[in-house]
Design a binder for this molecule. Sequence first.
Ligand code: GLN
Length: 533
Amino acid sequence: MAKYVFVTGGVLSSLGKGILAASITKLLRQGGVKAVSMKVDPYLNCDAGTLNPFEHGEVFVTRDGFECDLDVGNYERFSNEFAVKEQNLMMGSVYKTVIERERRGEYLGKTIQLIPHATNEVKARIRNCAKATEAEVLVVEIGGTVGDIESEVVLEAARQMNFEEPPEAVTFVHLALVPTITTGEVKTKPMQHSVKSLLARGITPNFIVARSPKMIAEPVKEKLSLFCNVRPENVFCSPDAVTIYEVPMLLEKQGMHERLSERMDLKLRKLDLKEWSGLVDRLKKCAITEKKVRIGVIGKYATSKDTYMSVFEALNHASAHAGVCVEADLVDSEEIEKHGIGALKDYHGILVPGGFGGRGIEGKIAAIQYAREKDVPYLGICYGLQLAIVESARNVLGWKDANSSENDETTKHAVIDLLPEQRSVTEKGGTMRLGAYDVAIVKGTGAHKLYGSEKISKRFRHRYEINPEFIPDLEKAGWVFSGKDPKREIMKVGELTGHAYFMGSQYHPEFDSRLETPEPMFLGFVSAAAKRA
Ligand code: GLN
């Protein structure tokens, strides 16, 4: 029988509940317990695919093809295990299931209510996730902040689970802000109020974690303990960290794993965090090193790095392994359109990540042209590969109208296009290639050197492909297609020879990168960029 840890958040969002959930999972796993994380999002969306990346950050894709909240990416990176679709539940899909059941008459004339019908479905999905992942402990992060109207149903389901399961099988961990005001005083009141909110919902937290700029002092812990009705040894602190990967170690130092193990009656062996802490030390050193390898990530959503979270994390991982210090900036492609490529001169490498639609693409294409012509290492991910193909078609082959049919349906040179069988599909939903597929790597190419294998399996999220009609011309322009669909002549990896590093993939290599094992394409890119630094 699985045990459950519910992670709730108070006072405000973006405190790092996902990192806390991933860190708890990591500590338990290092202690030999099969822990798995799950995120329950209270939104009415059915998955993250339709959310706005400006507000919610990157859409992470599981190997089984589910478009997830970005926290699932953190779960993979911290647990070093592939996630499955059951690990992200968006409440829209719960309500949809309940309403569809009602329409089919499955409730036999009953009044359908949030409690018990929606809460039953939430509990079933949580238990099903534990089953699907064979988790001994399922760490369930409840999205949003306690008190949000939308989260009520999820919290109520968690309360019911606590009631239904044996006493040691359900644990509540509450994370809330403990701010320091201008006088330097550390304030516990926001935490106290958010714990009161939980109590009002029938949930008594077993652990509280104070999110504060610095480690809180013992008297503050004691105060939190007394006012929040949580034993002093179960009050922890998650101070600001140089890197997110340090958080499990900060919690371990405070003995959180031991307290969790006591509470849940687990058999935890001594934690082994040696490799992890060595890598964290390298990242921490990087933060204070002057000599940086500067990477420009050219994005459309340039307000927050969260939009490309896995890309920035993959650069960090490669950095720790290449023995260099990467400093990656998010560069707004529309700024390049307005002011030219001048700002790119400081970068030792240029990366264009995935994207959709026409906004900002001319800026990305200008950046790609600059990288190609000036021998600056370039990595193109999905749209970044497609636009590199467009750039070559325009500036090497001289087809000024070349484009992706995603942006220009009438161009004669649709070098990026839908495959013939997709052209007749008018709906957008369900037409995307999502999840993991095999890629055949061509021997003797740059990609083969990086992967050391003729067969890899990578995650995709796209509709358009390099138009097979133009392959011979593109090859004349210098492109080598080093990764292909194993079943048909559709290109999945492209590279330019005679360049410091110029490579792109139709898949998303960033999803597979780990602190322990960086993704080869990123490692190759960062190593090439380091030579220019
Ligand atoms: N918009 C492009 C497509 O649908 C690229 C998608 C992406 O970069 N993930 O094919």
